[in-house]
Write a new protein. Structure first.
Lengths: 328, 374, 328, 374
């Protein structure tokens, strides 16, 4: 066990995946010499060479489109999109090619590709550097979409994603890259770990279910702690996988608590919370004491960073939504 | 649109001409003249059969057996010439109109028809033929080809000097496609990594109703000048020149000298697809002018005049074409519809519980219609 | 009043908008001489000239990106995307520029642009020609998203969209372009018509609320008719506007019926039905006798056309969902 | 990367040289030598002040007053030369690094700082300065510029012969940006419609850590060859040449002769932004070499040597720069934060009921914190 940041854990996970399989390639802007603007790929080009860690020209569609060709040739490309807001030039290649090729060819061609996207706000950045575009990818059949919330998961999940024969959009909560360290077991067997496309109860509770993922998990854990001090027991579930959704633990929890709040940084309208609300409302109809409530960001573009703290759902807004579920 | 300089080895009148940089030198066992004649007859046969596939398919669409058909009429030389220039290990990425290249790669035309009938999205396994699936989103395949070529590089199959191993990639696209960001990014990546890829642009003068001058005010092969690799224009209706020029470009790629843009200057003699009505946007005189440059007629004239094929030979070929037509008509109608249940299983390699559930619901729902027996 | 198809109604609406305002431009692939592959812009280049009806090079990002510049210069571009599946190359310009410029500039720059997208399936087409990408745009703050379901609405709504100072994504149900004709009042005053961003009850009913839009409205009306024959009264609501959502009439209806089904061609997962479910569950919690159910297409890519009828929600699937709401 | 041919009118040593195609002929009232000196002093002053803006802003970022800053250090000549070549009615579309062009267009540097501080996304109304907002998504603005230029055409403001009316558009972008699909599509559209737009690429040799050879293996100005319009490379550290070459390209556009690509060959002497550490990917020798070509030093040498400015004049300018620095330091700290409530109102021209509701909920929620008084 080693204590490390999320950034280091992802770096270690990438390194191990590259050691284990010579077909694994890293591609993206500045991922080589620089090690990525967040240093997630630091040192990997030096150790694995330019043929396996490719500094690309500045063109996202080009990165994903050539990765499709590399995957067809038997490689397993791991592409980095520098920031969330820069994935859109590659959107066509992702939704019309990466997502559809396996289906199109009735399984003859596989797309074992990982697209890593640092996402979310809270880092005081300029426009386009703080977005949460996950719902759009989760809406697209053919993609799998996951996100980690801590170093231990990051280390394992990135390796599982690379091992997956399906394309995985891998969202990384950028504001946690270099924050809290946590224990990571670098010797962990992937098969022994929780499977990639599963959710996890990260804090048990009995009064209300709080569903989150990525950067909001930490916020929700803090909220649960604050609530506990006031005598309210919140169960926190980390979705981890946004597509497919593993709602079994959520249903089980809601049947006990009768109340549920879904929190995410993405816009509330048509965000992941909408889908969780629709499914849980249907499947737990008779258990719900209150409607599924959502604590997302507002339905406006991401604001200038001086007021981003007002914009992002924080501990108070999450607890406010929790309180509201008790008003029903 | 004028008669800009291009590489031509066989005139519309069927006369062979010399070019300072290119010659028609097919891969033949012995390399003697008899073999060359055999190859030219082969190219002619390919073009005749491919045209028959095209006319049959158009007819099948008219009879409601296909939902749509994108004709290649007029582009047989560009496709057969380039398609036959490929080595077995080379890989080709087509648009949606490369029925002639599919033919050269050994794809059964009936597999091609599955797409246009609506029975499949792809129709074949690319690895089986070293021939990618048709790509409908304009230009996307040029990046796939570039990436695939980068994979070939990483496999160490460029510049080994072994003709059985050295591998090149070719990607087809149209004059309209040249405007897409993806195609230009493919040029950037291919140049940047010196990837072994040939960009084969069939400039058939039209992108649906847009003339090629809407996409570029200079000859399209010159686009390569902006990206630092060679571009060459070839008479796209001359199968010998298309073969020679593509072969040279592929060889260049195999040797590790990077990308080439080949513009095959040709003409879409038919409609864009069977739903299109070109009389709305182009003059019939234009078509008439291009008919004089028909890619098949000129080879027939050459074979006839030079005594390399006689009426008997042409007659046998006509019968072969008739047989093919018959097989297509019958085969098309017999194509099986996909099983709706399959769609749930083919989204992912690893099925999700969500889709398994939708599959079961679908099955149960349909069973409820087919009656109590289910 | 003239009887006309949806295609003709849109054509007439575009013509009138161009007559009324010389700043209105049409742009897109094949919109000029050919009049568009669906003939929606037929005859307009002939009458308004190449300066106002632009046949563009084959590049969707180029179309939308230059339209942004034209809008900045005071024009009102109406862009045609040839088919739903070809909007993705322009996705970046749409979500990062068109949607955000007004917000970015604190209102200094307006984007009075309309992006017309023929959408939906059922026409026996090849891949990428039958998609329903509306939820992704509705999820994007800064865009307004509407869709018409009949010629009379088409005629008025396209003019209202062009008159809007906000960018509007205008989805047109392509399989209805040349089907049923309906009465269109070509003299209609736009201001007298229903406002653009409102939903409409298109068939009153009392037992259950059926919410649809675009191509599914017709299916739902037929379903309501079939149900009526069996003694069940379905109220059908045409959403018309997908962003903003005008759920007032839906809430009012659900308070009476207690049951609701949302139907659309788009994938069910994170489709518009999810958002309607989330909001209606919250706002009508005590009125609902059953959870909000959804009748969407499956969460797979659009299949080959020979089986598209199995894939698309049809009258039976809608009625099946209606039946299921009575099982709660 | 070698000293390829480019247009240079003032050497790094401060000597004026002739060029067969370009001369420095500023718009001056009388056109005599005294006026020219005035203009050169003006350009020098611009560069000095712009560099001061840059160094002050870098310092402000270090002190936590800005979230980020993208330095222009080394690119003053490219920006001031091109910026001053614009006529008032011309319109410029910048990237995120054109602080020098913003200065030339009359935008208050404090308005520029609002973005980097995080108090605003845009900072100014483009119509007020004929200067677009900074664009962060690489390349997007090149299409906006092309469209804007198409609007200028439709307004009938090209080729009228009236210098007060004829209008051109310029768009800035980097060497890295040249790889983006959007930029190449902008070339296609501009050529296709012959739009009055100048593509001004500041090739500062780096796109964060990627050297410009990753984007193109030939000089970038040659990209234009592929699209059928002229490209020219200018010494981007020579303010006189940048002025002259941009002016000629703008004039060409105004006259209706269409687009030009200008590559200003320069160097990013600083980091990519204040969060970047260039020592990780480039050699300090490279920077040292480029320091010898400093765009400001050479003009100072010329002014001094030719007696067009003396120590007093330089002294006054230094004071002006100090005052500006002071104003920026004070002004930056005083910049108001946005009102969170505004964000709900600025999404649409016509507010939606949904957002009004979210606004009200936000206000009520915050009032609940600020206590009973609310
Ligand atoms: C991204 C995208 N936009 C639009 C279309 C619709 N479309 C299909 S073919 C075509 C014209 C293509 O012209 P060209 O590239 O010259 O090829 P050709 O059809 O002439 O072989 C268009 C616009 C598409 N398939 N993909
Ligand atoms: C679409 C997009 N991808 C990635 C980025 C991140 N990024 C910001 S600046 C930059 C490098 C730009 O290089 P260049 O175009 O040469 O301009 P320079 O910064 O040198 O002025 C990158 C990759 C971005 N802003 N937009
Ligand atoms: Mg064409
Ligand atoms: Mg640069």
């Amino acid at each position: 066990m080693t204590k490390m940041t999320l950034a280091k854990a992802l770096n270690a996970g990438l390194r191990r995946a590259m050691e284990d399989d010579p077909k694994v390639l890293l591609m993206g802007e500045d991922v080589g010499k620089l090690g990525g603007v967040f240093r997630i790929t630091e040192g990997l080009q030096k150790d694995f060479g330019e043929d396996r860690v490719l500094d690309s020209p500045l063109a996202e569609s080009g990165i994903i489109g050539t990765a499709v060709g590399l995957a067809m040739r038997g490689y397993r490309p791991v592409c980095e999109i520098q920031f969330d807001g820069f994935v859109y030039p590659a959107y066509d290649q992702i939704v019309s090619q990466v997502a559809k090729i396996h289906f199109r060819t009735r399984g003859a061609v596989r797309m074992p590709m990982v697209i890593r996207i640092p996402y979310g706000g809270g880092i005081g950045a300029v426009e386009h550097h703080s977005e949460s575009p996950e719902a759009q990818f989760a809406h697209t059949p053919g993609l799998k979409v996951v996100t980690c919330s801590n170093p231990a998961d990051g280390y394992v999940m990135i390796q599982q994603a690379i091992a997956s024969d399906d394309p995985v959009i891998f969202f990384e909560p950028k504001r946690q890259y270099h924050s809290d360290k946590a224990e990571v077991d670098e010797g962990a067997e992937l098969t022994a770990a929780a499977p990639l496309f599963t959710s996890k109860v990260v804090r048990p509770g009995s009064d209300v279910t709080l569903v989150a993922y990525g950067p909001m998990v930490k916020t929700c854990l803090k909220a649960a702690e604050a609530a506990a001090a006031e005598g309210r027991s919140i169960e926190v579930i980390d979705l981890r996988s946004l597509s497919p959704l593993d709602l079994g633990p959520v249903e089980e929890s809601v049947r006990r608590t009768g109340r549920i709040v879904v929190a995410h940084e993405a816009h509330t309208n048509l965000g992941m919370g909408a889908e969780v609300a629709a499914r849980i409302s249907e499947r737990c109809f008779y258990s719900l004491e209150a409607p599924v409530l959502r604590a997302g960001s507002y339905d406006t573009p991401y604001p200038p960073s001086r007021i981003e703290e007002d914009y992002l759902p924080d501990l108070d807004r999450v607890l406010d939504a929790v309180d509201r579920t008790f008003e029903f | 649109m004028g008669p800009v300089d291009f590489v031509q080895l066989l005139t519309p009148e069927g006369e062979r001409v010399e070019h300072p940089d290119y010659a028609f030198t097919p891969d033949t066992a012995g390399g003697d003249g008899a073999d060359e004649a055999e190859v030219i007859r082969g190219l002619y046969r390919d073009m005749v059969l491919v045209r028959r596939i095209d006319t049959e398919s158009t007819a099948l669409q008219r009879h409601g057996e296909l939902g749509l058909w994108a004709q290649l009429l007029g582009q047989e030389a560009a496709q057969v010439g380039s398609g036959r220039a490929l080595a077995p290990q080379d890989f080709a990425f087509p648009t949606y109109r490369e029925h002639g290249v599919a033919w050269c790669r050994g794809v059964d035309p009936l597999q091609v028809l599955t797409l246009w009938r609506g029975s499949a999205h792809a129709g074949w396994d690319p690895a089986e033929y070293n021939f990618g699936n048709y790509t409908v989103v304009i230009g996307a395949q040029t990046l796939h080809a570039t990436g695939y070529a980068m994979g070939v590089q990483r496999d160490g199959l460029v510049g080994t000097g072994d003709p059985e191993r050295d591998t090149a990639v070719v990607t087809y696209f149209g004059d309209g496609a040249s405007s897409q960001g993806d195609v230009n990014e493919a040029f950037v990546f291919a140049a940047s990594y010196n990837a072994p890829v040939v960009f084969l642009c069939q400039n058939n003068q039209w992108a649906i109703s847009a003339g090629s001058e809407r996409q570029s005010r200079i000859p399209l092969y010159q686009r390569a000048n902006g990206f630092g690799f060679p571009g060459v224009r070839v008479d796209g209706n001359d199968v010998l020149a298309c073969y020679a020029v593509t072969k040279a470009a592929l060889q260049r790629a195999r040797e590790g000298n990077g990308p080439t843009l080949v513009e095959a200057y040709t003409y879409r003699m038919g409609a864009h697809t069977t739903t299109d009505d070109p009389t709305r946007y182009r003059m019939s005189e234009e078509l008439e002018r291009w008919k004089l440059k028909d890619p098949i007629a000129r080879v027939r004239a050459y074979l006839t005049r030079s005594g390399l094929a006689d009426a008997d030979w042409f007659g046998v070929l006509d019968e072969e074409a008739d047989d093919l037509g018959h097989r297509l008509r019958e085969g098309c109608k017999a194509l099986a519809d996909p099983d709706p249940l399959d769609i749930f299983d083919q989204v992912y390699v690893e099925q999700t519980a969500e889709l398994a559930e939708q599959r079961d619901a679908f099955a149960a729902y349909h069973a409820s219609f087919t009656g109590a027996g289910a």
